[in-house]
Design a protein around this ligand. Structure first.
Ligand code: HEM
Length: 555
């Protein structure tokens, strides 16, 4: 009996020893892999632009602030005395470009190398992937050819000549926005959103968003805005998956950190995709000309996949609505906070345009101060605050002797670029004269004097449309309204505004603020109403309902 017990204990001890040996063995291998991996990271760090010391596995992720990481990258660039720095998100180095000259040198002068997007887990691989221009890689010849084709199709809808054709309805929608401001001035941001969404909806689908409760406006805009809010490098989910990519492999049911990303949503309709449904609807003969029709015509020639087609139209909403309206919200904040700039612009408009009609695009050449005002709006609080999605080099390259390997995540920090006091003295001061050769004017590597629309071959294809609309919007706001401090009803005091109080997100806008809009004269008041009425008539052909609603489209 005793013998039997002792021999079974011996077996247990031996097997424990065996398993602990296996454990020790596995642990040693893991440690070895970790050390080798970390050595490799440190070697890469040594070759790359400077930046904070990364930890094994997590890199610098946990030194990211909860919001607005662009301030941190600006600060690090100053601390390391280098416009270009490296910051490790997990095991992936991200390169942050913090001044205009380096951004130009890398992303414009070497545009053919920096055309690609890097591998992005959260917004590309778990999302729409390579069907959307925004995410497209250009590493292989096949990828480059597809990118060129999709970019060309995008330009077909947004090139300079095409954008001129949109002037009429863009102008009309803005005239209506001015009247909306007379009616409910406190809702100014939602009036801008309606205007901007309507313009891209007419372009894409030949129908306008007349009411502020149009589903495209309430649902799609909200969806796009939440996506932009989540799409900021950070230490919370879902972006934390970029640091720990294995977390993306869990099924969505048990992985709340994935926020549903990566799941296929089943349609209630015979058409599988919401934006495809809108495009098919827009392709009907009784709809006014629109971009969806053009895409259906080009479909065979470009061998377009359904999802490529739907994403080409969705990008108008995704790229053009939120950005354009938030830029106008920033313009209002600037007008409220910097009355002197406003006064100068208004006296120019009064001289050139007068009160009987509002300024339009044909006045542009005669309004140099207003043009400079618009440039300053684009610079002062640039809406795409980190220049949209990152770029990636398609081959190993260098900056200033530092190595930047193929596929590295390279992000232009537009905040830091436009906030650099060497290029823009007193950068928080809203000062249009810096674009007119005033004492604050400094050289800049681009002819526009700003980098609001990105760089190189990925530069925003909607730039002409956005510049045209922002000029019209800003000039008309200045012509129409005194934009003054709101008065607190309880205290009778002026309500202050904070020029730093902005939302967190890839496209930021001022947090809600109060301001008083007063028509600048009775004559102007009358002109706003008259022009809006004429505009309604001009837009009537686009007042068409849609059968589809985003919130009810999928099961
Ligand atoms: C004030 C308004 C706008 C701003 C500030 C803006 C800014 C930007 C920026 C910074 C990028 C990234 C560029 C890069 O990667 O280097 C971009 C890309 C893009 N924008 Fe805009 N945008 C605006 C309006 C528009 C409009 C009106 C449209 C279309 C109707 C549009 C469509 C797009 C598209 C499709 C891309 C992706 C291009 C690509 O990845 O190749 N944007 N935009």
């Amino acid at each position: 009996m005793n013998e039997a017990v002792s021999s079974s204990s011996l077996v247990t001890v031996l097997s424990l020893l065996g398993s602990s040996q296996t454990f020790v063995y596995l642990l040693s291998v893991a440690l070895l892999v970790l050390v080798a991996d970390y050595t490799w990271i440190l070697y890469r760090r040594w070759c790359m632009p400077p930046g904070p010391f990364p930890w094994p596995i997590v890199g610098n992720t946990f030194s990211l602030p909860d919001t607005k990481p662009w301030y941190l990258f600006e600060k690090l660039s100053q601390e390391y005395n280098s416009p270009v720095i490296t910051f490790w998100i997990g095991r992936n180095p991200t390169v942050w470009v913090n001044d205009a000259w380096s951004a130009h040198e890398m992303l414009v002068e070497k545009a053919s190398i920096y055309t690609s997007r890097p591998r992005m887990l959260v917004f590309a691989e778990l999302g729409i992937g390579q069907y959307n221009l925004l995410m497209m890689y250009t590493f292989t010849r096949a990828q480059r050819e597809r990118f060129r084709a999709i970019r060309k199709l995008t330009h077909l809808g947004l090139n300079v000549e095409q954008v001129k054709k949109y002037q009429k309805f863009q102008d009309n929608e803005l005239k209506i926005a001015m009247r909306d401001l007379l009616v409910s001035p406190d809702d100014f941001v939602s009036h801008f959103e309606r205007y901007a969404t309507s313009v891209v909806s007419i372009i894409g689908y030949g129908r306008r968003t007349k009411n502020k409760n149009d589903p495209i406006l309430t649902e799609v805009m909200n969806f796009m805005k939440s996506a932009a809010a989540l799409n900021v490098p950070g230490k919370s989910f879902p972006m934390l998956m970029e640091t720990f990519p294995f977390l993306a492999k869990f099924p969505n049911k048990i992985a709340p950190w994935k926020y549903g990303l990566g799941s296929v949503r089943e349609s209630r309709h015979s058409i599988p995709d919401f934006f495809l449904a809108l495009a098919i609807e827009a392709n009907s003969p009784d709809r006014p000309d629109n971009y969806s029709k053009l895409l259906f015509q080009e479909r065979e020639r470009y061998n377009l996949h359904d999802l490529e087609l739907s994403q080409l139209t969705a990008n108008l909403l995704g790229g053009g609505a939120d950005t354009s309206s938030s830029t106008l919200a920033t313009a209002v904040l600037a007008m409220r906070a910097f009355p002197e700039a406003c006064r100068l612009a208004q006296s120019e408009i009064d001289r050139v345009v007068g009160p009987v009609r509002s300024p339009n695009l044909s006045d542009r050449d005669n309004l140099p101060y207003v043009r400079a005002f618009v440039k300053e709006v684009f610079r002062w609080r640039t809406v795409a605050i980190i220049g949209g999605q990152p770029h990636a080099p398609t081959e190993d390259t260098t900056w200033n002797g530092y190595r930047i390997s193929k596929g590295t995540w390279v992000q232009g920090n537009t905040w830091a670029i436009h906030h650099n006091s060497r290029d823009f003295p007193e950068p928080d001061r809203f000062d249009p004269s810096r674009f007119l050769g005033g004492s604050n004017a400094r050289p800049f590597p681009t002819k526009e004097g700003y980098m609001t629309f990105g760089w190189g071959r990925r530069v925003c294809p909607g730039q002409h449309l956005a510049e045209q609309g922002t000029f019209l919007g800003v000039a008309r706001l200045l012509w129409a309204f005194k934009i003054e401090p709101a008065i607190d009803e309880a205290t009778g005091e002026e309500v202050p505004v904070d020029i730093f109080d902005y939302t967190n997100g890839l496209n930021w806008l001022p947090q809600p603020f109060k301001v008083r809009f007063t028509p600048r004269s009775p004559e102007i008041h009358k002109a706003i109403q008259k022009e809006a009425q004429q505009a309604e008539e001009g837009l009537d052909m686009f007042n068409i309902p849609t059968e589809f609603q985003f919130s009810t489209f999928y099961k």
